[in-house]
Ligand binder design. Structure first.
Ligand code: SAH
Length: 481
């Protein structure tokens, strides 16, 4: 019994289809906002819009004018429906809408009545228009708000230029069919066509470059050359990925990622993409930078589309420079996609202003130690002049960082914030002063990636949700001393 019920639960009560309306008459009956909403929706199409309304409100007049439709200023009569392919009853009055639907049924014209699912022949989906591409979402009247929510997400996912891409593809279709014989090879061609540089050029507003890129792809047949995108994964929350990063993850054949990138983010990649973990984490250099470079070159040389996924932004302490050099040396096409770097994520979730009028007008992204493990003193001077300093990779060298800054003359009372696992579920926020900072490196329970923010601007944030940077035991010792 229950199994049967489930089987029907999975079936739709409607059949999704797209009705041709180009140059065809669609009639909307009604004079107010409901009718205006339908006119606005129809204005997304090439339908000939006719509105029947003895008294049209301003919103409707405006919508019809924008849509280039016509108004028949008479009380509704069935004759108004002659020649229509679709009818919308949108008067807001039950009796009137019922009469309109009845008249349509007699003429065999499918009808929709606003908010009256029981008498509708068809429903109107929430529309994402990327003409000639269209996505319509329906919840069959069960969850209109949910449908709109889904629509918003699809809107965000589908670049504006999706339609241009479809048209460009259309213009290449015959040639491709002629030039590329094999089905598999042709599929590969289209897979590359719809992603990578062609789509990228369109999105950048360069249709001519997109066309030459497409031509180049055709000339090199299936475009054997692979591609590497160095993609910023952001601080670890899935919804802090950029839309571009998300799209590329969906398109990649291979995803090469660091240990710092959480599994949930890597899992947003295409399901059948190959995943290569090059687990770089402090103290566990499982794969050397040279080996990573070699992996990127090798995979791209095999014609694969590679996403090199890096925590935060690839160009901020991400060793992207070395990877770019290797790709350039090997003549492999590549691009960089920015990401939300840890300092920005840490500041956002703790609401610390990184610059603040009259308090901090410089911002330094610094590293706790350079290549030889040395703490870099260069930014000490900037901190002294009031810059906010965001220190990456500073946890295990916190005492040295503090010493250097104190040595440079920064006050021990300078506010300091420490954010562990910024933007992730297990984020923790510690606050104190520069004199407390050395304790950080002894607090072994703080083991996640950690960002340190130093500067007067920190003191202007609401620190109520923070924990003390100075461990409780040390506080007591301090009191006793
Ligand atoms: N490219 C990265 C930085 C890589 S260096 C970016 O732009 O964010 C690694 C350091 O980044 C870590 O030692 C830590 O200081 C910082 N970091 C990365 N992710 C973090 C996070 N979610 N929370 C706090 N710090 C983070």
């Amino acid at each position: 019994m229950s199994r049967q019920a489930k089987a029907t639960d999975r079936k739709l009560a409607v059949f999704p289809a797209f009705h041709k309306v180009e140059g065809q008459r669609v009639v909307v009956v009604g004079g107010g906002e409901e009718a205006a909403a339908k006119v606005r929706l129809l204005a997304e199409t090439l339908a000939e819009i006719v509105v029947v309304a003895p008294r049209a409100e301003e919103v409707l007049l405006d919508a019809v004018a924008r849509a280039g439709g016509a108004i028949v200023a008479d009380p509704f009569a069935p004759a108004h429906l002659a020649g229509a392919v679709l009818v919308f009853a949108a008067s807001g009055e039950e009796a009137q809408d019922t009469a309109v639907v009845r008249a349509a049924k007699r003429l065999g014209i499918p009808a929709n009545a606003v908010d009256r699912p029981e008498i509708c022949d068809f429903y109107v989906g929430a529309l994402v228009n990327r003409a000639p591409v269209a996505v319509a979402i329906t919840s069959t009247g069960v969850g209109p708000v949910l449908a709109r929510h889904i629509r918003a997400r699809i809107e965000a996912m589908l670049p504006r230029e999706t339609g241009d891409l479809a048209r460009l593809a259309e213009s290449f279709r015959d040639t491709v069919a002629r030039v590329i014989a094999g089905g598999v090879e042709r599929r590969r061609f289209w897979a590359r066509f719809f992603s990578g540089p062609i789509a990228g050029q369109l999105q950048a507003g360069r249709p001519d470059a997109a066309r030459s890129e497409a031509q180049r792809l055709l000339n090199t047949r299936s475009g054997e050359g692979g591609f590497v995108w160095l993609v910023g994964a952001g601080p670890g929350a899935e919804d802090l990925l950029t839309l571009r990063a998300q799209r590329l993850l969906q398109e990649a054949d291979v995803i090469v990622h660091d240990a710092l990138v959480p599994e949930a983010v890597v899992a947003m990649g295409r399901r059948d993409a190959e995943r290569i973990s090059v687990g770089k984490r402090k103290g566990h250099h499982s794969v050397s930078q040279g080996e990573i470079n070699a992996i990127l070159v090798r995979e791209a040389s095999l014609g694969r589309r590679v996403v090199r996924l890096k925590a935060g932004d690839p160009l901020v302490f991400g060793r992207a420079g070395e990877e770019i050099a290797a790709l350039r040396a090997a003549g492999i096409a590549h691009d960089v996609v920015p990401g939300v770097t840890a300092a920005l994520a840490a500041a956002a979730s703790t609401r610390i202003p990184l610059t603040l009028r009259g308090v901090a007008s410089d911002l330094v992204f610094a590293t706790g130690h350079d290549r030889d493990g040395e703490t870099l003193p260069g930014w000490g001077a900037m901190a002294l002049r009031g810059a906010t300093v965001a220190v990456y990779m500073g946890r295990t060298v916190a005492a040295r960082v503090a010493d250097r800054l104190l040595g440079a003359g920064l006050s021990p009372a300078t506010p300091v914030a420490v954010v562990e696992n910024a933007a992730q579920r297990d984020e923790r926020f510690f606050a104190g002063i520069l004199a407390d900072l050395p304790h950080l490196q002894d607090r072994h329970e703080i083991a996640g990636p950690t960002l340190i923010i130093i500067g007067e601007a920190v003191g202007h944030a609401d620190l109520a949700n923070s924990q003390p940077l100075r461990p409780v035991a040390a506080e007591r010792a301090g009191v006793a001393a």
